[in-house]
Design a protein around this ligand. Structure first.
Ligand SMILES: [Fe+2]
Ligand SMILES: [Fe+2]
Length: 188
């Protein structure tokens, strides 16, 4: 299996969950009720699955590419790393805002909506750059052994086909939550 198939498969999962987060943000914005356990799960998904994907890219993929002359001094690599960091910051802010929301802070919903919108836009653009450009570039320069090493590293991650303690839980979220959101009326 090529590394980009594994990583792009994870991206597809992130994309579905970004749609879920957008739908939740829409309900918060309209003052409609939001299922709190679902919002907790969605933010957990981004922290433990998406952030880990970014961590692995930085620990595995980027150092290998640096050996082939595509290092942090290259604009695309530094832009992708900045997006990872911005994503982590959005995640931390959203988790804090969720706590405030659960404690009844009336200002928390608007702040959470703004950060959710910022986060979904950022990560969609990040995925677009990697899928359409960066992974293809990496696919061309990496050796077969490097491909295999990346696939092995990522195969321990929650969204991969290989076994992982949390895999079932995250796959279940991807099965259930987009379907719930699809059933929400736009004005509800
Ligand atoms: Fe990625
Ligand atoms: Fe990335």
């Amino acid at each position: 299996m090529r590394f980009l198939d594994v990583l792009m498969d994870e991206h597809r999962g992130f994309g579905s969950m970004l749609d879920v987060l957008d739908a939740i943000a829409g309900r918060l914005e309209r003052g409609s009720e939001v299922p709190m356990p679902m919002l907790v799960d969605v933010l957990d998904f981004f922290e433990r699955f998406t952030d880990r994907h970014h961590d692995r890219e930085e620990a595995m993929l980027f150092p290998l590419l640096a050996k082939h002359g595509i290092g942090p001094d290259q604009t695309v690599v530094s832009a992708l790393m900045s997006q990872h960091e911005a994503g982590r910051v959005y995640g931390m802010k959203m988790r804090q805002e969720l706590k405030r929301l659960q404690q009844g802070d009336p200002a928390a919903a608007a702040a959470l909506v703004a950060d959710a919108r910022g986060y979904t836009e950022l990560i969609r653009e990040h995925i677009r750059i990697e899928d359409e450009y960066f992974y293809k570039l990496a696919d061309r320069v990496l050796t077969e052994a490097e491909h295999a090493a990346i696939v092995e590293q990522f195969s321990g991650s929650p969204g991969s086909r290989a076994s992982h303690p949390e895999r079932e839980r995250y796959l279940k979220m991807l099965e259930v939550y987009p379907a719930i959101v699809a059933g929400w009326r736009p004005s509800a």
